[in-house]
Design a protein around this ligand. Structure first.
Ligand SMILES: *[C@@H]1O[C@H](CO)[C@@H](O)[C@H](O)[C@H]1NC(C)=O
Ligand SMILES: *[C@@H]1O[C@H](CO)[C@@H](O)[C@H](O)[C@H]1NC(C)=O
Ligand SMILES: *[C@@H]1O[C@H](CO)[C@@H](O)[C@H](O)[C@H]1NC(C)=O
Length: 622
């Protein structure tokens, strides 16, 4: 009989004999492999919601976990790859139905005596590829942690190379097209500007219809059982399985999650508090709102967005024309904003054509400008790019803005052909671009659908919510669009974790304090969420580190103080005092050539900060 966690070849699932890993095939390296652990997975506990409904019945599963067999990755051999089997449905595990998780790690380089085990990472989303994030961030995280950890991630259920795929579309191109068509309808404010509230509602109807076509594609073509099994709660259970297979379950989880990864990490810490060893949640989002009320989650996300926007405008004014192309003479932030609003207004009257210029062509609309702002607020490092693009637009050249808004996602070029998802060196299902449907499948089945379906059911009602978020921030309507999709998603998760989220509700003490990190001006994960989540866990189970800076997650606006505090948490188990504040240097905002906060630093500090800066390069607006 198939045992979950038995060595997974990554080949199509068929019943096969239990196999033990062949360690000799794995690459030799400085660290010696941990002894393979054979542990009977315990009976998972049932948990109760406050209102008494059981969110998980007792799960009986006595399958064995037998290690992970790593081999050099087929694409980049300096990384290790592996596949790992877990039950598709933890509530009703069937030997013939499993999920094959795709794993990748950047191996530790330190001598064996200094080896500290595996650091699990998650890049965010939901829907972000963990395997890709190890390629992008593994080496830098390894450097920050002095080579003492294996930096490991996996594609969560429903994502990229983890199989079976949710399979709503035959190729990602087909999904991408549908998404693009919806994007090009624009945002509600544009429709209002063009034709008042009737036009706005007509637009929202079309957008809702696109969303229905997405859900409909999943219902019609997708893998129904898989679609019901991509919840964050199940991904948490996968993490437990991997921890066991690595032989690290007794000590507990070591984890660094970004953005949505903080929801995943908080959910793990709430479900398995005794398994928390070192958990760092970077760019904290409210896991409580996310699971219980998607509309409150949307509102909360916009708490600090305008602070970042204001920061962009005032540091541009301060930097002046030499460093910020959008600044003219002695323009103040208010004047720059007025000029920005004027550009948006003119575009409402008349979109501008973009001739082919190497990356893109088409038109620039008022909505595209807001899309550009949405994207840039994540990363102060990109501020000069938007500033230049807006300056060019004002001068009559829309191309730089079009190129910025449509630039290929770092994960891969926009698709130009219907590519076979198996056409890659792994000979396994792979996506190259961001999948909105995968994100929806996770988020909209995690959240309480009695709330998401009832809140703003039709397009007219939803217009109210969209306008409400539009008042909260410059990119509120863009954000509302992502949230609104859950109104129409009607595939439910077999298991979702809805709470407890605080000690009063019955949250148990964690084995070690979780490090919550909030940035004072983050466009989508506000400091209020970091405060609320850490307060919920309580000051024994949680601590809060505040980074006084701009952008999404701590890496967007590097701070040596944060870098040292986080490194000390992981390397020495040092927990910063609740509410510790680290600041990010202003030199990073519209920097002058050769201007670096590093000039007066020791070599060690410089190396640490450089690694952190590189991490920031990978900040992506989902
Ligand atoms: C779910 O949504 C789809 C697409 O909008 C719709 O056709 C279907 O009837 C809905 N199913 C349920 C059970 O509500
Ligand atoms: C899927 O995983 C592969 C291998 O890790 C990676 O190259 C690719 O970029 C990932 N796709 C996305 C959308 O991140
Ligand atoms: C933790 O919180 C409690 C209750 O708010 C407070 O009395 C206590 O002093 C705090 N302990 C620490 C170590 O901050």
């Amino acid at each position: 009989m198939e045992k979950y966690g038995a060595i997974d070849t990554g080949l199509p699932v068929t019943a096969r004999k239990e196999a033990l890993p062949d360690l000799n095939k794995s690459r030799r390296r400085a660290i010696i492999k941990r002894a393979l652990l054979v542990s009977a997975a315990g009976v998972l506990l049932g948990w109760k919601l406050l209102n008494g409904t059981v969110w998980n019945t007792n799960v009986k599963d006595t399958s064995m976990v037998r290690g992970i067999s790593w081999t050099p990755c087929a694409d980049l051999t300096e990384f290790d790859c592996a596949y790992f089997s877990v039950p598709m449905d933890y509530a009703d595990p069937q030997p013939s139905e499993h999920v094959s998780l795709a794993l990748r790690r950047w191996p530790a380089t330190a001598p064996k005596k200094d080896y500290m085990g595996t650091l699990f990472i998650n890049p965010g989303g939901p829907g972000g590829s963990g395997t890709a994030s190890v390629v992008i961030r593994g080496p830098e995280l390894g450097r920050i942690l002095k080579g003492r950890y294996d930096i490991m991630s996996w594609d969560p259920r429903g994502v990229n190379m983890t199989t079976p795929a949710i399979d709503c579309y035959p190729t990602e191109y087909d999904e991408y097209m549908s998404e693009q068509q919806s994007y090009h309808l624009g945002l509600p404010f544009q429709a209002r500007g063009e034709g008042g509230s009737a036009a706005e509602i007509a637009l929202l109807k079309k957008k809702d219809t696109y969303t229905q076509s997405g859900v409909g594609s999943c219902l019609k073509n997708g893998n129904a059982k898989m679609l019901a099994s991509v919840s964050t709660a199940y991904t948490v259970r996968d993490m437990m399985r991997m921890l066991e297979a690595l032989g690290e379950d007794e000590r507990g989880l070591q984890y660094w999650g970004f953005s949505y990864g903080t929801i995943l990490g908080a959910t793990f810490s709430a479900m398995f508090p005794e398994k928390v060893h070192r958990v760092m949640l970077d760019g904290v989002s409210s896991a409580r709102f996310y699971h219980r009320d998607i509309f409150d989650w949307g509102r909360s996300g916009m708490d600090d967005t305008n602070k970042v926007w204001q920061g962009f405008l005032s540091s541009c004014a301060k930097a002046g024309p030499a460093r910020c192309a959008l600044a003219k003479g002695d323009d103040t932030a208010e004047i720059i904003l007025a000029r920005f609003n004027k550009m948006v207004e003119l575009l409402l009257e008349q979109p501008v054509p973009v001739s082919w210029g190497g990356v893109t062509s088409g038109i620039i609309t008022a909505s595209d400008v807001i899309q550009g702002v949405f994207k840039v607020l994540y990363a102060p490092k990109k501020w000069p790019i938007l500033a230049s693009a807006l300056a060019a637009l004002e001068e009559g050249d829309p191309y730089p803005l079009a190129a910025y808004v449509n630039e290929p996602a770092p994960q891969g070029d926009p698709l130009t052909a219907r590519r076979d998802p198996l056409d890659n060196v792994f000979k396994r299902h792979m996506t190259k671009t961001w999948s909105t449907i995968a994100g929806d499948a996770i988020m909209c089945s995690d959240t309480d659908q009695t709330v998401s379906h009832a809140g703003f059911p039709d397009s007219t009602a939803f217009a109210e919510y969209s306008r409400e978020l539009g008042k909260l921030s410059v990119t509120g309507e863009r954000w509302a669009h992502s949230i609104g999709r859950c109104r129409l998603w009607n595939i439910t998760a077999t298991e979702a974790y809805r709470g407890p989220w605080n000690v009063e509700e019955g949250l148990k003490q964690t084995n070690f304090p979780v490090l919550f990190l909030g940035v004072t001006a983050d466009p989508v994960t506000p400091l209020s969420a970091a405060k609320d989540m850490s307060a919920g866990f309580g000051n024994i189970s949680a601590t809060l580190l505040i980074q006084d800076g701009f952008g999404h997650c701590s890496t967007a606006h590097p701070s040596l103080c944060t870098a040292k505090t986080v490194a000390a948490y992981f390397l020495e188990g040092r927990v910063p005092e609740y509410g510790t504040v680290c600041s990010s240097p202003e030199e990073y905002l519209f920097p002058e050539d050769g201007d670096s906060p590093m000039s007066s630093m020791s070599a060690e500090d410089r190396e640490l900060l450089q690694a952190w800066e590189k991490l920031g390069d990978s900040v992506v607006a989902w």
